[in-house]
Design a protein around this ligand. Structure first.
Ligand code: AMP
Length: 667
């Protein structure tokens, strides 16, 4: 039965394109762009979000963390109230100004998400200082690059990152002060004071800095068009680029998303809690927190270790969960592991229940109370008992996983699409939109597709226009910091920003990301291959956790490096090589029968995905050293960006010689 989900007009197209070689500009089909976001109020900055609720509900929970006992056990969440956050941010901000900073000066924050991370950010926002987030996973060289490029004057560093920062500091002449942040409460715990550099006066604790601020400090934020943050995109190639985002961009983006949710009866409010674990140096996490602050809700920080995420979830019981597809794929695996290891009858029952509820979800009809009572309420209770909104973004989520979560979690699972340059989500699905797409433009976004002739994507393609996604709107960046060349290449004279993503307008008006511009290479027979588009499909194979497609202009066929999915590989071994089940992933992957099974699955995918013959993977090698997320290409081994995008030059450096040897031996 066809899905009945798409009941609203996802996007509305203008009658004519702006120029030849483009699709007409599309906008949100049901919400006007220009509605006043905060009627009767002056909200210009993220600090204003906090100040607003410090007045309305001063004692309500704002920022929470889990104190760790002497025995190393994490306790229940403890929260700073809105008024405490407001007072501390103002005092900290005044201390920065007293230390010589003036409006527009840059302040770096380098550490894992914690209350003091956000406190530092709010302090900056309250005084018009520009935030420069640094990924916690950056090494000294990358830190040095960003700090020098942005001429950062003060750096807030976590205790753990201090050695890395101090290694970079001699090469960072602009830095005048280093402030050590504890992950828990202010005042700082004993650990900070024990750091030798603190004792020697090279750096100050947050507590010491706070003491120099005024207790009666007031806000002095910058203007609507002034810079709020410079976000350095992790960059899969070359030096990172500093995306400049004004207060206007940030506040408009939050207002647009809240209006969008409200339209679908998801009104965030002060009883909402978000678990903060995606890096705050990335726009998705920033946007998530800002949405919660703007609604007066609370943010509960993870302990700083993704391995403990399930435990943090159990204690925080968030009502809003924002994650990336990889995290949700793990949720799905966990649930399916439990199902698959239960008895035959339970498995059968799950299958029947799943098909029945899936049909209700897809057809927007009421779910069966019986199946919820018997099965899905229990699944939800284990994972996200209080959740009323799940948002996924940053990478594509398949319709299958999206539907699975919808069924098991009993709440809307929305997919957002956007970039740092658009303050995250510029398109989003809603509860009644088709899954596996990016939905339609959010209010305020103007989106068009522009021909990419090299890749044979054109706005004239029938039945669905295709091309590079270009966007304009109040939340779109105006420039890359101190990089006119990159700015001119990305933003045209009409103010449209070229995303580098290839999109397709589906017939129902939803946007689908189908490829990336530029990651193209030509095979020996002259056919262009777009590895990203192939990887997206091949990664749907059950035995595959990650895949990197390799080819060259000297060869006519493709090879790949595959990271097998450890759980599925183990299940394969249980059936096909029982003596290897507990021997580990490398031993399973070394079995010729396993390689054959993976190649067969990849081949079957070429049929499903309607790939051309030359897009088939002819041979592969395995990467079997995996982390807890089942990834062999990881942030730690520098093969992924902090937001899980492939670093292609690094992948090539690591595997090219072995792959070239495979080509040679096949001749
Ligand atoms: P970043 O600026 O690091 O957030 O990266 C933005 C890029 O992430 C986009 O240009 C897309 O390539 C990708 N991206 C974000 N959201 C999605 C999505 N829902 N589906 C597919 N790709 C996405």
């Amino acid at each position: 039965m066809a899905s009945l989900r798409s009941k609203v007009e996802l996007s509305t197209a203008a009658a004519e394109p702006m120029r030849a070689g483009e699709s007409p500009v599309r906008t949100c089909g049901y919400l006007p762009a220009d509605e006043q976001p905060f009627p009767g109020e002056t909200i210009r900055t993220t600090y204003d979000f906090i100040a607003r609720y410090a007045k309305r509900q001063p004692t309500a929970n704002c920022l929470g963390w889990r104190p760790i006992s002497a025995a190393g056990v994490a306790g229940d969440y403890v929260f700073h109230s809105y008024s405490k956050v407001n007072e501390t941010a103002l005092r900290l901000g005044s201390a920065l100004v007293a230390g010589g900073l003036v409006k527009g000066d840059r302040v770096g924050v380098y550490g894992k998400n914690c209350p003091n991370w956000s406190m530092a950010q709010l302090a900056c926002s309250s005084q018009g200082l520009v935030l420069v987030p640094l990924y916690d996973s950056l090494g000294p060289n990358a830190v040095e690059y960003v700090i020098n490029h942005a001429e950062v004057k003060v750096v807030f560093s976590s205790v753990d990152n201090l050695p890395n920062f101090l290694a970079a500091r001699p090469q960072c002449p602009s830095v005048t002060k280093v402030v050590v942040m504890e992950s828990g409460d202010i005042p700082a715990a004993a650990t900070t004071k024990q750091l030798p550099s603190v004792a020697a006066g090279e750096v100050v604790t947050m507590e010491a800095l706070l003491a120099t601020g005024a207790t009666d400090a007031v806000a002095s934020p910058s203007g609507w068009e002034d810079l709020f943050v410079i976000m350095y995109t992790s960059g899969t190639t070359g030096d990172p680029k500093g995306v400049t985002l004004q207060n206007r961009a940030f506040v408009s983006s939050v207002a647009s998303a809240l209006r969008f949710f409200k339209h679908f009866n998801i009104e965030l409010n002060s009883s909402d809690t978000l678990l903060s674990f995606l890096p705050l140096a990335h726009i998705f996490a920033q946007q998530g927190e800002a949405l919660i602050f703007c609604a007066g809700g609370s943010v509960a920080y993870y302990q700083g270790d993704v391995k403990l995420l399930l435990n943090d979830l159990e204690v925080a019981k968030p009502t809003v969960f924002a994650g990336v597809p990889r995290v949700f794929a793990r949720f799905q695996q966990r649930i399916m592991e439990t199902v698959e290891t239960s008895g035959w009858l339970k498995r059968k029952l799950f299958d029947i229940a799943y098909s029945s509820v899936l049909a209700s979800v897809q057809n927007a009809t009421p779910r069966s109370g019986l199946w919820d009572t018997l099965i899905f309420n229990k699944v939800r209770a284990k994972l996200l008992p209080n959740c009323r909104l799940v948002i996924t973004g940053s990478a594509p989520m398949s319709a299958q996983t999206n539907d699975f979560l919808n069924v098991c979690l009993k709440c809307p699972v929305l997919q957002g699409y956007g970039l740092t340059e658009t303050v995250g989500g510029m398109c989003c699905t809603a509860p009644n939109f088709p899954t596996g797409t990016c939905g339609g433009p959010l209010p305020g976004a103007e989106v068009k597709l522009v021909d990419v002739p090299d890749m044979e994507y054109t706005a004239a393609d029938k039945p669905c226009p295709r091309g590079e996604i270009c966007v304009r709107g109040p939340f779109v960046t105006r420039s890359y910091y101190r990089n006119e060349e990159a700015t001119a290449a990305a933003i045209d004279s009409d103010g449209f920003f070229a995303t580098g993503d290839i999109g397709r307008w589906n017939e129902d008006g939803s946007l689908q990301i189908i490829d990336r511009k530029k990651n193209l290479f030509k095979l020996a027979q002259g056919e262009y291959v777009s590895p990203e588009a192939l990887e997206q499909e091949y990664a749907k194979c059950k035995l595959v956790s990650q895949i990197w497609v390799y080819g060259s202009s000297f060869e006519a066929t493709l090879l790949a490096v595959v990271v097998p999915d450890p759980i599925v590989a183990k299940a394969w071994a249980a059936k096909n090589a029982p003596d290897k089940v507990s021997a580990g992933l490398a031993a399973i992957a070394a079995l010729p029968a396993f390689k054959k099974a993976v190649l067969e699955e990849l081949k079957a995918m070429t049929v499903t995905a309607k790939f051309k013959r030359y897009e088939e993977i002819r041979d592969l090698l395995f990467e079997t050293e995996v982390n807890d997320l089942g990834q062999g290409f990881t942030v730690e081994n520098d093969l992924l960006t902090p937001t899980f995008k492939y670093k292609r030059p690094q992948l090539s450096k690591k595997y090219k010689a072995s792959l070239e040897a495979m080509y040679a031996s096949s001749k």
